[in-house]
Design a protein around this ligand. Structure first.
Ligand code: PRP
Length: 215
């Protein structure tokens, strides 16, 4: 039997994802060693390999078939725009993609002028302003701490993830418009979905059962 390979997004979602997999019997003791520098782990019983990668690389591994299945946030799926199947909402890691800024930016947004938008998600920001709002904007790509953008006058507004809202509050910013809800999703390679249908289905059924019990 060939190995089924799972790519999991490092960071916030990884712990929860690993806990879910463990509950459906897909465990890997090796992976729990906090000092390990190993990148890929194997469960011989189920013939499953899994690895943690940078979130934005998960859709890439899945599109090319280097991973059959991926677990990653909807934000990354939207931003990367890869040709993959999104098959399940895991219901955790819930947050929102929003346009945020200082209160005064509300007026600026209404005027339909060319504004500067800073974001870690340039594609999502561009799609929202150009296609949904028909507004021409200048997008400035940042790689983190995006809330600095309006504070240091780099940008009028930001497009970013809001979870508790405390980063915004502590920096004098607020949600101005909501773009879409986000959460952790399971994605599958297009060919794997056909070729490994039964094995993938049994994993998805197991996960689905756990999620429904949780509700
Ligand atoms: C994310 C996001 C916000 C913050 C939102 O950043 O970009 O900054 O979390 O969470 P909150 O609404 O609960 O405050 P992350 O912590 O991933 O760091 P980064 O900005 O450096 O990428």
């Amino acid at each position: 039997m060939r190995y089924l390979t799972l790519a999991l997004a490092k960071g916030r979602l990884a712990k929860k994802t690993l806990a879910l997999l463990e509950q459906i019997g897909i465990t890997c003791e090796e992976m729990k060693d906090p000092d390990t520098r190993k990148l890929i782990f194997t469960n011989e019983e189920y013939k499953i390999k899994f690895f943690l990668s940078k979130a934005s690389d998960v859709p890439t591994y899945v599109e090319y078939g280097a991973a059959d299945i991926g677990v990653v946030g909807k934000d990354t799926i939207l931003e990367e725009g890869r040709s993959i199947y999104e098959v399940m909402d895991l219901g955790f890691g819930k947050c929102r993609m929003c346009v945020c800024g200082p209160e005064k930016a509300k007026e600026t947004l209404k005027k339909n002028e060319i504004i500067r938008v800073a974001s870690k998600y340039p594609n999502i920001a561009k799609d929202y302003f150009q296609n949904k709002k028909n507004q021409t904007v200048e997008i400035i790509k940042l790689n983190g701490s995006v809330e600095l953008g309006p504070i240091v006058d780099l940008a009028d507004v930001i497009v970013d993830i809001v979870e508790t809202g405390s980063t915004l509050r502590e920096n004098g910013l607020e949600v101005l418009e909501e773009i879409c809800p986000l959460s952790a999703r399971v994605v599958v390679n297009r060919v794997s979905l056909k070729m490994e249908h039964d094995r993938i289905r049994s994993i998805l059924t197991g996960l689905n059962k756990l999620i429904s019990e949780d509700k």
